[in-house]
Design a protein around this ligand. Structure first.
Ligand code: SAM
Ligand code: SF4
Length: 340
């Protein structure tokens, strides 16, 4: 359905768990407080909600988290969601640690595309960022996914870790940062994948980490590759802007939520792990669906009620985020419970 600004809302990101097998510093440090089990939507509740969503025009789903593959029943959920009339696409965002072992079942469940989060190709740095020595496992999952024929996008959040480490001048930081990014870009030279850079958003702990503005990253990368130019083809639903580089099999994408505010083409809503229907990442505004799901109304009435609540929320979807003015950001949840 359309919101008040004429945007067609047809895509939902669903956080199926706030738990994770990594501890990315900007997302989920040790000591994080978990959402109580009793607050988390069951697999059946998620399926029921998506059935109602499909009736108000939502037809694309991204399963996310936390790490979706640590949720028991995730594969079954994907299978059930794929079977809902009106749902055209179910894809997954994962850190890749458990991906290779789950790949055959995921393909069997109907997954044809995955986003794999990978911020660096340096083993020590990967350990520093995520708290675990799992880089090789993730790389193996990336290759296995490519070989299995599903479409792979690598997502790297752009953080100036040199500044976090608290050293050096800006100039040195920038060149270090660029060298890191170039290693990821090179990954797309001989692989038919999209390597995408995501600007750090001031949500959860993200506020405390110095992102690398894409106004610096994009020209910096373009300077290194003669003939790199915008590629207007669409690769999936997202707001990424893609570039092609002569001689490269893959594409390079940039999701620049701060430097290139893409709210006027936003097509998405979110379902948080505790059943909140959220229409914008920036605000804690949202409508709780759990009470309806757990009420003793008939299924027909519950579905009607869910559809009404979600329709109203979509009509009230904010025109844009307010990341440029941190004092306006009212969302206090972590990215993992919202569903990044
Ligand atoms: N665990 C899965 C993964 O890492 O892909 C799915 C959930 S994770 C929250 C989804 C994505 O959000 C990851 O690519 C992560 O790097 C990104 N992310 C987390 N916090 C962020 C922030 N503040 N700004 C931008 N991206 C963020
Ligand atoms: Fe886990 Fe993903 Fe958050 Fe990293 S970004 S801690 S992998 S949920």
């Amino acid at each position: 359905m359309q919101d008040s600004y004429g945007r067609n809302i047809d895509y939902v990101r669903i956080s199926v768990t706030d738990k994770c097998n990594l501890r990315c510093r900007y997302c989920m440090p040790n000591g994080v407080v978990w959402v109580p089990m009793s607050e988390i939507l069951s697999i059946e509740e998620i399926v029921f909600t998506v059935r109602a969503m499909s009736k108000i025009g939502i037809n694309k789903i991204k399963i996310t988290g936390g790490e979706p593959l640590v949720r028991k029943g995730c594969l079954n959920l994907i299978k059930m969601l794929k079977g809902i009339p009106g749902i055209d696409e179910v894809t997954l965002t994962t850190n890749g640690v458990l991906l290779e072992e789950n790949l055959p079942s995921l393909i069997d469940a109907g997954i044809r595309a995955v986003n794999i989060s990978l911020d660096t190709l340096d083993r020590e740095k990967y350990k520093m960022i995520t708290g675990y020595d799992h880089l090789n496992k993730v790389l193996s999952s990336v290759e296995a996914s490519i070989n299995s024929g599903i479409f792979v996008k690598l997502n790297a959040v752009s953080v100036n870790w040199a500044l976090v480490e608290g050293n050096k001048t800006n100039y040195e930081d920038e060149s270090r940062v660029l060298n890191e990014a170039i290693k990821l870009v090179e990954f797309a030279r001989s692989r038919n994948i999209c390597v995408r850079f995501i600007e750090m958003m001031p949500i959860g702990l993200g506020k405390e980490y110095p992102g690398i503005p894409h106004s610096i990253l994009i020209p910096g990368i373009m300077k290194r590759y003669e003939g790199m130019e915008p590629d207007n083809k669409k690769y999936g639903n997202g707001p990424a802007v893609y570039y092609s580089i002569p001689g490269f099999m893959g594409k390079i994408g940039f999701i620049s939520a701060i430097n290139d505010k893409f709210c006027d083409s936003c097509d998405r809503v979110r379902l948080t792990v505790d059943g909140n229907f959220k229409t914008c990442l920036c605000y804690d505004k949202g409508v709780g669906l759990k009470n309806v799901l757990r009420s003793d109304k008939s299924d027909v009435d519950k579905e009607k009620n869910l559809m009404e609540l979600m329709r109203q929320a979509i009509i009230e979807k904010p025109e844009s985020h307010c990341f440029e003015d941190k004092s306006m950001i009212s969302e206090k949840r972590t990215m993992s419970s919202i569903g990044g």
